[in-house]
Design a binder for this molecule. Structure first.
Ligand code: AMP
Ligand code: GLY
Length: 429
């Protein structure tokens, strides 16, 4: 089979490396891809959001299957357009992608179907939003832009004046564009966060191994929010009892709710959960693999990813094996100095041969923001590389991932040094 993966980050690289293990996968392309992905797939420079150009290219090249990995092309209906062109694709259609693309949609869905989440109200008028915040008088309060905002549309406001500034930023200054036409104002929850990615075929949901992201830029969960500076899997807070509760109160009801609303979800549904004192609650849904969650979850997948993906498209997930290894995985992100604010690009990356580390067993380097410059690989994004190691235990995986990451260098490189620390504490180590 000739396969096209749409996107160009570490997550797409992880998907490609997993798909390549499938005996049925004979040819793999990535659009737009990046310098390091080019070592594993043929890259084609088409913007992931250019639906018309992508579909035309997919038809021209005669792909048998496509994987749309990124949120914005999903929200723009790329899976619908590919299907219309006769190319089956992994991922939700535009109607189902609303579960991520509109927080108002997802919150209203949870309210209607009794799925546990933070208490909230939605507003399209900034004055009404502020009146509600004042009347509630509880801080911190969480203000979220309705639409996609590159993961930056969530503000945790410690006071009335911070909330006022946040509402102004989102709704009046339109910092996130039309995403801020409406806001969700919700109660602040506390507890450990767990990411659970799942395969869905519209009716069946199969959770993958759990994981833990590290969203803040600096050690000790300090600094600005990023796309994620590292991940571990499994997440030790996510016990079998909690998993059972989540299946009963969150996963199965969500998939049934989407079906009942006439937009069954097919693809990877990401449950961002908080384990609150009142039980697990949904913080957010994503309509795709997490990045860098995919970089720890997929290396632990033992079953054939292509077969599973096709089963989500065909509606046969209940008859498909989805098995994960017992061990652990850890991913450490090497970022450009300054990320998530302004950073320089074009720095030469040292330590890699054909994009990978030589002689590092059970280690994979996933390329997030790299480009080719002649023979050399250079930095080309905020998150540059994700260094993943697998091992029988989490401490071993972390040690291997850090040892590997330290062998790679570029000017200004920054990584957190405490990925997995909280997970180890939860394990009593
Ligand atoms: P999101 O972009 O929706 O993933 O939100 C970013 C981060 O904000 C989450 O990972 C949480 O750490 C935090 N967050 C979002 N909503 C809440 C909430 N209701 N209570 C506490 N923290 C939240
Ligand atoms: N790592 C969080 C996300 O992909 O949204």
């Amino acid at each position: 089979m000739k396969i096209l993966v749409v996107g160009g980050g570490g997550r797409e690289h992880a998907i490609i490396r997993a798909l390549k293990k499938s005996p049925a996968c004979t040819e793999i392309w990535c659009a737009p891809g990046n310098g390091g992905i080019g070592c594993d797939a043929v890259c084609k420079d088409i913007k992931a959001t250019d639906v018309a150009a992508m579909v035309a290219f997919a038809k021209e090249e005669g792909f048998d299957y496509a994987v749309v990995a990124q949120d914005d092309p999903l929200a723009l209906g790329m899976v619908d357009a590919l299907a219309d062109a006769g190319i089956p694709a992994f991922g939700p259609n535009a109607a189902a992608a609303r579960i991520e693309a509109s927080k108002v949609f997802s919150k209203d869905l949870m309210k209607k179907y009794g799925i546990p989440t933070a208490k909230y109200e939605t507003f399209d008028d900034p004055r009404a939003a502020m009146a509600y915040i004042r009347a509630e008088g509880k801080y911190p309060v969480v203000v979220k832009a309705d639409g996609l905002a590159l993961g930056k549309g969530v503000l945790i406001c410690q006071s009335e004046s911070e909330a006022e500034a946040g509402i102004k930023e989102i709704m009046l200054d339109k910092k996130f564009g039309a995403s801020g036409n409406r806001v969700v104002v919700e109660e602040f929850l506390t507890g450990p966060e767990v990411s659970v990615l799942s395969f869905c075929d519209g009716k069946t949901v199969v959770p993958m191994v759990s994981s833990m992201d590290h969203k803040r830029a600096l050690d000790g969960d300090k600094g600005l929010n990023t796309g994620g500076m590292g991940t571990v899997a499994p997440n030790p807070y996510y016990t079998p009892e909690i998993a059972e509760t989540c299946m009963r109160t969150i996963f199965a009801p969500t998939v049934a709710a989407m079906q009942a609303e006439g937009c069954p979800f097919k693809g990877c549904l990401y449950f961002g959960l908080m384990l609150t004192p009142d039980g697990p609650k949904v913080i957010e849904y994503n309509c795709r693999f997490g990045d860098p969650e995919a970089q720890v979850v997929l290396p632990l997948l033992q079953s054939d990813l292509l077969t599973i993906m096709q089963a989500t498209t065909d509606g046969t997930l209940d008859k498909t094996e989805v098995k994960f290894a017992d061990g652990a995985a850890a991913c450490v992100i090497l970022a450009s100095g300054g990320y998530p604010l302004a950073y320089e690009k074009g720095k030469k990356i040292t330590g890699l041969t054909d994009g990978q580390l030589e002689g590092a067993e059970d280690v994979t380097v996933y390329h997030a923001g790299t480009a080719r410059k002649g023979e050399a690989l250079v930095t080309a994004g905020g998150r540059v590389l994700g260094v993943t190691a697998t091992a029988p235990t989490l401490p071993q995986a972390l040690e291997k991932a850090y040892a590997a990451a330290r062998r790679i260098g570029f000017e200004g490189a920054h990584m957190r040094t405490d990925i997995g620390k909280r997970a180890l504490a939860a394990l009593g180590q």
